[in-house]
Design a protein around this ligand. Structure first.
Ligand code: ATP
Ligand code: MG
Length: 420
Protein backbone atom coordinates (compact mmCIF):
# COMPACT_ATOMS: atom_id res chain seq x y z
CA UNK A 1 0.00 0.00 0.00
CA UNK A 2 1.34 3.43 -0.87
CA UNK A 3 0.54 6.71 0.84
CA UNK A 4 -2.19 7.27 -1.73
CA UNK A 5 -5.51 5.69 -2.51
CA UNK A 6 -7.90 6.03 -5.43
CA UNK A 7 -10.04 9.17 -4.91
CA UNK A 8 -13.42 8.79 -3.24
CA UNK A 9 -16.06 7.42 -5.58
CA UNK A 10 -13.52 5.91 -7.98
CA UNK A 11 -11.98 2.51 -8.39
CA UNK A 12 -9.26 0.93 -10.49
CA UNK A 13 -9.75 -1.71 -13.13
CA UNK A 14 -7.19 -4.39 -12.51
CA UNK A 15 -6.45 -7.77 -14.11
CA UNK A 16 -8.07 -10.23 -14.25
CA UNK A 17 -11.38 -8.36 -13.70
CA UNK A 18 -10.45 -5.57 -16.09
CA UNK A 19 -10.79 -8.09 -18.94
CA UNK A 20 -14.52 -8.24 -18.22
CA UNK A 21 -14.80 -4.45 -18.65
CA UNK A 22 -13.02 -4.60 -21.98
CA UNK A 23 -15.29 -7.43 -23.10
CA UNK A 24 -18.40 -5.50 -22.03
CA UNK A 25 -17.28 -2.41 -23.94
CA UNK A 26 -16.62 -4.56 -26.99
CA UNK A 27 -19.96 -6.35 -26.69
CA UNK A 28 -21.83 -3.04 -26.55
CA UNK A 29 -19.86 -1.58 -29.44
CA UNK A 30 -20.12 -4.63 -31.71
CA UNK A 31 -23.77 -4.20 -32.79
CA UNK A 32 -23.08 -0.48 -33.46
CA UNK A 33 -20.01 -1.11 -35.61
CA UNK A 34 -22.14 -3.61 -37.46
CA UNK A 35 -24.87 -1.06 -38.17
CA UNK A 36 -23.15 1.89 -39.76
CA UNK A 37 -21.95 3.76 -36.67
CA UNK A 38 -18.48 5.32 -36.90
CA UNK A 39 -16.20 5.77 -33.91
CA UNK A 40 -15.83 9.25 -32.41
CA UNK A 41 -13.61 10.40 -29.55
CA UNK A 42 -13.89 13.82 -27.97
CA UNK A 43 -11.90 15.49 -25.17
CA UNK A 44 -12.48 14.59 -21.54
CA UNK A 45 -13.36 18.21 -20.82
CA UNK A 46 -15.30 20.90 -22.63
CA UNK A 47 -16.34 24.49 -22.20
CA UNK A 48 -18.66 24.39 -19.18
CA UNK A 49 -21.27 26.36 -21.09
CA UNK A 50 -21.72 23.48 -23.56
CA UNK A 51 -23.04 21.29 -20.75
CA UNK A 52 -25.01 24.06 -19.10
CA UNK A 53 -26.87 24.63 -22.35
CA UNK A 54 -26.74 21.13 -23.77
CA UNK A 55 -27.66 19.15 -20.67
CA UNK A 56 -29.84 21.82 -19.10
CA UNK A 57 -29.37 24.50 -16.46
CA UNK A 58 -32.01 22.92 -14.24
CA UNK A 59 -30.68 19.36 -14.25
CA UNK A 60 -28.97 17.72 -11.29
CA UNK A 61 -26.03 17.03 -13.56
CA UNK A 62 -25.38 20.72 -14.17
CA UNK A 63 -26.44 22.15 -10.81
CA UNK A 64 -24.84 19.57 -8.52
CA UNK A 65 -22.77 16.97 -10.25
CA UNK A 66 -20.40 18.77 -12.59
CA UNK A 67 -16.65 19.04 -12.03
CA UNK A 68 -16.25 22.61 -13.27
CA UNK A 69 -13.02 24.58 -12.99
CA UNK A 70 -11.19 27.56 -14.32
CA UNK A 71 -7.86 27.10 -16.07
CA UNK A 72 -4.79 29.24 -15.51
CA UNK A 73 -5.66 30.93 -18.78
CA UNK A 74 -9.13 31.81 -17.50
CA UNK A 75 -11.13 29.28 -19.53
CA UNK A 76 -14.14 27.84 -17.76
CA UNK A 77 -14.17 24.11 -18.38
CA UNK A 78 -15.86 21.03 -16.98
CA UNK A 79 -14.99 17.36 -16.97
CA UNK A 80 -17.57 15.76 -19.21
CA UNK A 81 -20.55 14.42 -17.24
CA UNK A 82 -22.10 12.77 -20.31
CA UNK A 83 -21.39 12.25 -24.00
CA UNK A 84 -24.19 13.58 -26.14
CA UNK A 85 -23.47 17.30 -25.96
CA UNK A 86 -19.77 16.76 -26.77
CA UNK A 87 -20.48 14.43 -29.67
CA UNK A 88 -22.99 16.82 -31.19
CA UNK A 89 -20.58 19.74 -30.67
CA UNK A 90 -17.83 17.80 -32.46
CA UNK A 91 -20.10 16.71 -35.31
CA UNK A 92 -21.23 20.31 -35.88
CA UNK A 93 -17.68 21.63 -35.63
CA UNK A 94 -16.51 19.14 -38.27
CA UNK A 95 -19.57 19.87 -40.42
CA UNK A 96 -20.41 16.19 -40.58
CA UNK A 97 -24.04 17.13 -41.05
CA UNK A 98 -23.21 18.98 -44.25
CA UNK A 99 -21.55 16.03 -45.95
CA UNK A 100 -24.97 15.12 -47.34
CA UNK A 101 -25.29 11.78 -45.64
CA UNK A 102 -27.82 12.04 -42.84
CA UNK A 103 -28.17 10.66 -40.28
CA UNK A 104 -24.60 10.92 -39.06
CA UNK A 105 -24.23 7.80 -36.95
CA UNK A 106 -21.52 7.80 -34.29
CA UNK A 107 -20.50 5.65 -31.34
CA UNK A 108 -18.14 6.41 -28.47
CA UNK A 109 -16.66 4.88 -25.36
CA UNK A 110 -15.01 6.60 -22.46
CA UNK A 111 -14.85 8.00 -18.94
CA UNK A 112 -17.43 10.38 -17.48
CA UNK A 113 -17.34 12.36 -14.26
CA UNK A 114 -20.09 13.34 -11.87
CA UNK A 115 -19.78 14.62 -8.34
CA UNK A 116 -22.31 12.24 -6.77
CA UNK A 117 -22.75 10.55 -3.44
CA UNK A 118 -20.77 7.36 -4.05
CA UNK A 119 -22.52 4.04 -3.51
CA UNK A 120 -22.68 0.70 -5.25
CA UNK A 121 -23.30 1.38 -8.93
CA UNK A 122 -22.86 5.14 -8.51
CA UNK A 123 -19.37 6.49 -8.88
CA UNK A 124 -17.67 9.81 -9.51
CA UNK A 125 -15.75 8.37 -12.41
CA UNK A 126 -17.58 5.84 -14.54
CA UNK A 127 -17.56 4.49 -18.03
CA UNK A 128 -20.12 4.58 -20.81
CA UNK A 129 -20.47 3.35 -24.34
CA UNK A 130 -22.84 5.52 -26.32
CA UNK A 131 -24.37 6.01 -29.74
CA UNK A 132 -25.86 9.02 -31.47
CA UNK A 133 -27.75 9.23 -34.76
CA UNK A 134 -27.77 12.87 -35.81
CA UNK A 135 -29.96 14.64 -38.33
CA UNK A 136 -32.91 12.38 -39.07
CA UNK A 137 -36.45 12.13 -37.80
CA UNK A 138 -37.48 8.56 -38.44
CA UNK A 139 -39.09 6.17 -35.96
CA UNK A 140 -37.01 3.35 -37.45
CA UNK A 141 -33.90 5.12 -36.18
CA UNK A 142 -35.25 5.29 -32.63
CA UNK A 143 -36.19 1.62 -32.91
CA UNK A 144 -32.77 0.73 -34.34
CA UNK A 145 -30.96 2.14 -31.34
CA UNK A 146 -33.17 0.36 -28.83
CA UNK A 147 -32.83 -2.89 -30.77
CA UNK A 148 -29.02 -2.56 -30.86
CA UNK A 149 -28.78 -1.96 -27.10
CA UNK A 150 -31.06 -4.93 -26.55
CA UNK A 151 -28.83 -7.02 -28.83
CA UNK A 152 -25.74 -5.91 -26.88
CA UNK A 153 -27.19 -6.92 -23.52
CA UNK A 154 -28.42 -10.22 -24.91
CA UNK A 155 -25.02 -10.98 -26.44
CA UNK A 156 -23.58 -10.69 -22.93
CA UNK A 157 -26.08 -13.28 -21.74
CA UNK A 158 -28.18 -10.80 -19.74
CA UNK A 159 -31.89 -11.49 -19.50
CA UNK A 160 -33.08 -9.90 -16.26
CA UNK A 161 -33.49 -6.44 -17.77
CA UNK A 162 -36.50 -4.46 -18.94
CA UNK A 163 -36.94 -1.64 -21.43
CA UNK A 164 -39.08 1.27 -20.27
CA UNK A 165 -40.48 3.44 -23.04
CA UNK A 166 -42.24 6.78 -23.17
CA UNK A 167 -42.78 9.78 -25.41
CA UNK A 168 -42.08 13.27 -24.11
CA UNK A 169 -43.90 15.03 -26.92
CA UNK A 170 -42.43 17.87 -28.94
CA UNK A 171 -42.41 21.66 -28.99
CA UNK A 172 -46.07 21.66 -30.06
CA UNK A 173 -47.61 19.55 -27.36
CA UNK A 174 -45.19 19.55 -24.46
CA UNK A 175 -45.63 23.21 -23.45
CA UNK A 176 -49.39 22.67 -23.16
CA UNK A 177 -48.83 19.64 -20.98
CA UNK A 178 -46.15 21.39 -18.97
CA UNK A 179 -48.56 24.20 -18.08
CA UNK A 180 -51.28 21.71 -17.09
CA UNK A 181 -48.83 19.80 -14.92
CA UNK A 182 -47.61 23.01 -13.29
CA UNK A 183 -51.20 23.93 -12.43
CA UNK A 184 -51.74 20.55 -10.83
CA UNK A 185 -48.44 20.58 -8.92
CA UNK A 186 -48.98 24.08 -7.56
CA UNK A 187 -52.08 22.77 -5.82
CA UNK A 188 -50.05 20.19 -3.89
CA UNK A 189 -48.32 20.40 -0.56
CA UNK A 190 -44.65 19.97 -1.45
CA UNK A 191 -41.30 20.83 0.06
CA UNK A 192 -39.35 23.93 -0.90
CA UNK A 193 -36.96 22.16 -3.31
CA UNK A 194 -39.74 20.42 -5.16
CA UNK A 195 -41.76 23.63 -5.44
CA UNK A 196 -38.79 25.26 -7.11
CA UNK A 197 -38.73 22.40 -9.58
CA UNK A 198 -42.31 23.13 -10.58
CA UNK A 199 -41.13 26.35 -12.18
CA UNK A 200 -37.93 25.20 -13.82
CA UNK A 201 -38.43 21.52 -14.61
CA UNK A 202 -41.89 20.28 -13.61
CA UNK A 203 -41.65 16.99 -15.50
CA UNK A 204 -38.83 15.93 -13.22
CA UNK A 205 -41.20 16.01 -10.26
CA UNK A 206 -42.95 12.98 -11.77
CA UNK A 207 -39.64 11.16 -11.53
CA UNK A 208 -39.28 11.76 -7.78
CA UNK A 209 -38.29 8.52 -6.08
CA UNK A 210 -39.91 9.40 -2.72
CA UNK A 211 -43.10 7.52 -1.93
CA UNK A 212 -44.69 10.47 -0.14
CA UNK A 213 -44.28 12.56 -3.29
CA UNK A 214 -45.52 9.77 -5.53
CA UNK A 215 -48.71 9.47 -3.45
CA UNK A 216 -49.51 13.13 -4.01
CA UNK A 217 -49.00 12.71 -7.72
CA UNK A 218 -51.99 10.39 -8.09
CA UNK A 219 -54.35 11.99 -10.54
CA UNK A 220 -51.65 14.17 -12.11
CA UNK A 221 -52.20 14.93 -15.80
CA UNK A 222 -50.22 12.48 -17.95
CA UNK A 223 -48.25 13.50 -20.98
CA UNK A 224 -49.63 10.67 -23.10
CA UNK A 225 -53.07 12.32 -22.91
CA UNK A 226 -51.58 15.53 -24.29
CA UNK A 227 -49.48 14.18 -27.17
CA UNK A 228 -50.27 15.82 -30.49
CA UNK A 229 -51.29 13.64 -33.44
CA UNK A 230 -47.80 13.72 -34.97
CA UNK A 231 -46.13 12.62 -31.72
CA UNK A 232 -48.73 9.94 -31.14
CA UNK A 233 -48.26 8.50 -34.63
CA UNK A 234 -44.49 8.66 -34.32
CA UNK A 235 -44.53 6.85 -31.00
CA UNK A 236 -46.90 4.21 -32.28
CA UNK A 237 -44.48 3.45 -35.11
CA UNK A 238 -41.56 3.05 -32.73
CA UNK A 239 -43.63 0.64 -30.65
CA UNK A 240 -44.68 -1.37 -33.71
CA UNK A 241 -41.11 -1.65 -35.00
CA UNK A 242 -39.87 -2.88 -31.63
CA UNK A 243 -42.66 -5.41 -31.40
CA UNK A 244 -41.93 -6.63 -34.93
CA UNK A 245 -38.28 -7.07 -33.91
CA UNK A 246 -39.30 -9.17 -30.94
CA UNK A 247 -38.02 -6.61 -28.46
CA UNK A 248 -40.31 -6.44 -25.44
CA UNK A 249 -40.83 -3.09 -23.71
CA UNK A 250 -43.02 -1.56 -21.04
CA UNK A 251 -44.86 1.70 -21.52
CA UNK A 252 -43.88 3.96 -18.65
CA UNK A 253 -45.88 7.17 -18.73
CA UNK A 254 -43.75 8.63 -15.92
CA UNK A 255 -40.37 8.06 -17.51
CA UNK A 256 -38.79 11.50 -17.84
CA UNK A 257 -35.05 11.02 -17.37
CA UNK A 258 -32.60 13.57 -16.12
CA UNK A 259 -31.65 15.53 -19.20
CA UNK A 260 -33.60 18.54 -20.39
CA UNK A 261 -33.08 18.04 -24.07
CA UNK A 262 -35.16 14.96 -24.70
CA UNK A 263 -38.16 15.10 -27.03
CA UNK A 264 -40.51 12.33 -28.15
CA UNK A 265 -38.98 8.87 -27.70
CA UNK A 266 -37.35 8.35 -24.34
CA UNK A 267 -36.28 5.01 -22.88
CA UNK A 268 -34.36 3.41 -20.11
CA UNK A 269 -32.89 -0.04 -19.61
CA UNK A 270 -33.30 -1.23 -16.04
CA UNK A 271 -31.85 -4.35 -14.52
CA UNK A 272 -33.82 -6.02 -11.77
CA UNK A 273 -30.80 -7.42 -9.92
CA UNK A 274 -29.18 -4.08 -9.08
CA UNK A 275 -31.25 -2.60 -6.25
CA UNK A 276 -31.65 1.15 -6.32
CA UNK A 277 -29.01 1.89 -9.00
CA UNK A 278 -31.07 -0.12 -11.48
CA UNK A 279 -30.66 1.94 -14.67
CA UNK A 280 -28.02 0.28 -16.82
CA UNK A 281 -28.59 2.60 -19.74
CA UNK A 282 -30.87 5.16 -21.22
CA UNK A 283 -31.46 7.52 -24.03
CA UNK A 284 -33.91 9.16 -26.32
CA UNK A 285 -34.61 11.67 -29.01
CA UNK A 286 -33.26 15.19 -28.66
CA UNK A 287 -34.61 17.17 -31.59
CA UNK A 288 -33.88 20.56 -30.04
CA UNK A 289 -30.35 20.09 -28.75
CA UNK A 290 -28.46 21.20 -31.84
CA UNK A 291 -30.21 24.55 -31.89
CA UNK A 292 -29.66 24.90 -28.16
CA UNK A 293 -25.92 24.80 -28.71
CA UNK A 294 -25.99 27.14 -31.68
CA UNK A 295 -26.33 24.67 -34.54
CA UNK A 296 -29.01 24.17 -37.19
CA UNK A 297 -32.15 22.12 -36.57
CA UNK A 298 -30.96 18.51 -36.46
CA UNK A 299 -33.39 16.00 -35.02
CA UNK A 300 -31.37 13.26 -33.39
CA UNK A 301 -31.57 10.24 -31.14
CA UNK A 302 -29.06 8.39 -29.00
CA UNK A 303 -28.28 6.38 -25.90
CA UNK A 304 -25.54 5.74 -23.39
CA UNK A 305 -25.05 2.46 -21.57
CA UNK A 306 -23.17 2.33 -18.29
CA UNK A 307 -20.30 -0.12 -18.39
CA UNK A 308 -19.87 -0.28 -14.58
CA UNK A 309 -23.51 -1.15 -13.97
CA UNK A 310 -23.53 -3.63 -16.85
CA UNK A 311 -20.66 -5.46 -15.16
CA UNK A 312 -22.65 -5.41 -11.89
CA UNK A 313 -25.65 -6.79 -13.81
CA UNK A 314 -23.50 -9.68 -15.06
CA UNK A 315 -22.49 -10.41 -11.47
CA UNK A 316 -26.12 -10.20 -10.33
CA UNK A 317 -27.10 -12.81 -12.91
CA UNK A 318 -24.10 -14.98 -12.09
CA UNK A 319 -22.71 -14.65 -15.61
CA UNK A 320 -18.97 -15.12 -16.14
CA UNK A 321 -17.92 -14.08 -19.60
CA UNK A 322 -15.95 -16.62 -21.55
CA UNK A 323 -12.73 -14.67 -21.92
CA UNK A 324 -9.99 -16.67 -23.62
CA UNK A 325 -6.63 -16.62 -21.88
CA UNK A 326 -4.50 -13.80 -23.18
CA UNK A 327 -1.37 -15.95 -23.31
CA UNK A 328 -1.14 -19.09 -25.46
CA UNK A 329 2.52 -19.95 -25.00
CA UNK A 330 4.87 -19.42 -22.07
CA UNK A 331 8.62 -19.78 -22.55
CA UNK A 332 10.88 -21.04 -19.76
CA UNK A 333 14.64 -20.76 -20.27
CA UNK A 334 17.05 -22.68 -18.08
CA UNK A 335 20.34 -20.81 -18.06
CA UNK A 336 21.92 -17.83 -19.80
CA UNK A 337 22.33 -19.32 -23.26
CA UNK A 338 18.75 -20.62 -23.25
CA UNK A 339 17.53 -17.16 -22.23
CA UNK A 340 19.05 -15.58 -25.33
CA UNK A 341 17.86 -18.30 -27.68
CA UNK A 342 14.34 -18.64 -26.29
CA UNK A 343 13.83 -14.90 -26.15
CA UNK A 344 14.43 -14.90 -29.90
CA UNK A 345 11.77 -17.62 -30.34
CA UNK A 346 9.36 -15.57 -28.22
CA UNK A 347 9.83 -12.58 -30.49
CA UNK A 348 9.31 -14.77 -33.58
CA UNK A 349 6.13 -16.24 -32.13
CA UNK A 350 4.77 -12.81 -31.26
CA UNK A 351 5.53 -11.50 -34.73
CA UNK A 352 3.66 -14.52 -36.09
CA UNK A 353 0.65 -13.48 -34.01
CA UNK A 354 0.96 -16.12 -31.28
CA UNK A 355 0.32 -14.63 -27.81
CA UNK A 356 3.50 -15.48 -25.95
CA UNK A 357 5.04 -14.62 -22.61
CA UNK A 358 8.44 -15.30 -21.08
CA UNK A 359 9.80 -16.20 -17.65
CA UNK A 360 11.75 -13.05 -16.78
CA UNK A 361 14.02 -12.44 -13.86
CA UNK A 362 16.04 -15.67 -13.93
CA UNK A 363 13.42 -17.77 -12.09
CA UNK A 364 14.16 -21.39 -11.28
CA UNK A 365 12.29 -24.13 -13.15
CA UNK A 366 9.70 -24.69 -10.44
CA UNK A 367 8.77 -21.04 -10.07
CA UNK A 368 8.81 -20.48 -13.80
CA UNK A 369 6.44 -23.41 -14.38
CA UNK A 370 4.13 -21.98 -11.73
CA UNK A 371 4.05 -18.69 -13.64
CA UNK A 372 3.42 -20.62 -16.86
CA UNK A 373 0.36 -22.28 -15.33
CA UNK A 374 -0.88 -19.05 -13.84
CA UNK A 375 -0.63 -17.31 -17.21
CA UNK A 376 -3.36 -19.57 -18.58
CA UNK A 377 -1.09 -20.63 -21.47
CA UNK A 378 -1.81 -23.95 -23.15
CA UNK A 379 1.81 -24.62 -24.04
CA UNK A 380 5.18 -24.09 -22.46
CA UNK A 381 8.47 -23.97 -24.29
CA UNK A 382 11.26 -25.19 -22.05
CA UNK A 383 14.93 -25.24 -23.02
CA UNK A 384 18.18 -26.03 -21.17
CA UNK A 385 21.74 -26.40 -22.34
CA UNK A 386 21.35 -30.00 -23.46
CA UNK A 387 18.29 -29.15 -25.59
CA UNK A 388 20.13 -26.32 -27.25
CA UNK A 389 23.10 -28.57 -28.00
CA UNK A 390 20.67 -30.85 -29.86
CA UNK A 391 19.00 -27.90 -31.62
CA UNK A 392 15.66 -28.51 -29.93
CA UNK A 393 13.33 -27.06 -27.29
CA UNK A 394 10.78 -29.00 -25.27
CA UNK A 395 7.16 -28.28 -26.13
CA UNK A 396 5.01 -29.06 -23.12
CA UNK A 397 1.23 -29.32 -23.09
CA UNK A 398 0.38 -27.70 -19.76
CA UNK A 399 -2.94 -29.51 -19.39
CA UNK A 400 -1.73 -33.07 -20.05
CA UNK A 401 1.90 -32.60 -19.02
CA UNK A 402 2.96 -34.31 -22.23
CA UNK A 403 6.31 -33.10 -23.52
CA UNK A 404 7.91 -33.43 -26.98
CA UNK A 405 11.13 -32.03 -28.40
CA UNK A 406 10.70 -29.76 -31.43
CA UNK A 407 13.35 -28.34 -33.74
CA UNK A 408 14.48 -24.88 -32.64
CA UNK A 409 14.30 -23.58 -36.20
CA UNK A 410 10.70 -24.75 -36.60
CA UNK A 411 9.26 -23.35 -33.36
CA UNK A 412 6.61 -21.17 -35.01
CA UNK A 413 5.26 -23.96 -37.23
CA UNK A 414 5.33 -26.56 -34.46
CA UNK A 415 3.61 -24.28 -31.96
CA UNK A 416 0.96 -23.34 -34.50
CA UNK A 417 0.31 -27.03 -35.22
CA UNK A 418 0.07 -27.81 -31.49
CA UNK A 419 -2.37 -24.95 -30.91
CA UNK A 420 -4.47 -26.30 -33.78
P1 ATP B 1 -29.33 7.59 -12.47
O1 ATP B 1 -30.80 7.82 -12.56
O2 ATP B 1 -28.98 6.25 -11.93
O3 ATP B 1 -28.60 8.72 -11.80
P2 ATP B 1 -28.81 8.84 -14.99
O4 ATP B 1 -30.16 9.07 -15.53
O5 ATP B 1 -28.10 9.95 -14.31
O6 ATP B 1 -28.83 7.55 -14.00
P3 ATP B 1 -27.63 8.78 -17.62
O7 ATP B 1 -27.19 10.17 -17.57
O8 ATP B 1 -28.79 8.40 -18.47
O9 ATP B 1 -27.88 8.22 -16.12
O10 ATP B 1 -26.38 7.85 -18.01
C1 ATP B 1 -26.54 6.62 -18.70
C2 ATP B 1 -26.02 5.46 -17.87
O11 ATP B 1 -24.75 5.76 -17.32
C3 ATP B 1 -26.87 5.11 -16.67
O12 ATP B 1 -27.96 4.31 -17.03
C4 ATP B 1 -25.90 4.38 -15.80
O13 ATP B 1 -25.74 3.03 -16.21
C5 ATP B 1 -24.60 5.11 -16.08
N1 ATP B 1 -24.32 6.07 -14.99
C6 ATP B 1 -24.79 7.32 -14.83
N2 ATP B 1 -24.29 7.90 -13.74
C7 ATP B 1 -23.45 7.00 -13.18
C8 ATP B 1 -22.60 6.98 -12.03
N3 ATP B 1 -22.49 8.05 -11.24
N4 ATP B 1 -21.88 5.86 -11.76
C9 ATP B 1 -21.97 4.78 -12.56
N5 ATP B 1 -22.74 4.73 -13.66
C10 ATP B 1 -23.48 5.81 -13.98
MG1 MG C 1 -27.83 10.53 -12.32
Amino acid sequence: MSTFQAPKGTYDLIPPNSATYLAVREAIAAPLKNSGYGYIETPGFENVELFARGVGESTDIVTKEMYAFETKGGDRLALRPEGTASVLRAALEANLHKAGNLPVKLWYSGSYYRYERPQKGRYRHFSQVGAEAIGAEDPALDAELIILAHQAYRSLGLSDFRILLNSLGDKECRPVYRAALQDFLRGLELDEDTRRRIDINPLRVLDDKREAVQERLIGAPMLRDYLCEACKAYHEQVRELLTAAGVAFEDDAKLVRGLDYYTRTTFEFVHDGLGSQSAVGGGGRYDGLSEMIGGPALPSVGWALGVDRTVLALEAEGITLDIPSATAVYAVPLGEEARRVLFRSVTELRRAGVATDFAYGGKGLKNAMKSANRSGARLALVAGERDLAEGVVQLKDLASGEQTPIALDAVVDEVRRALG
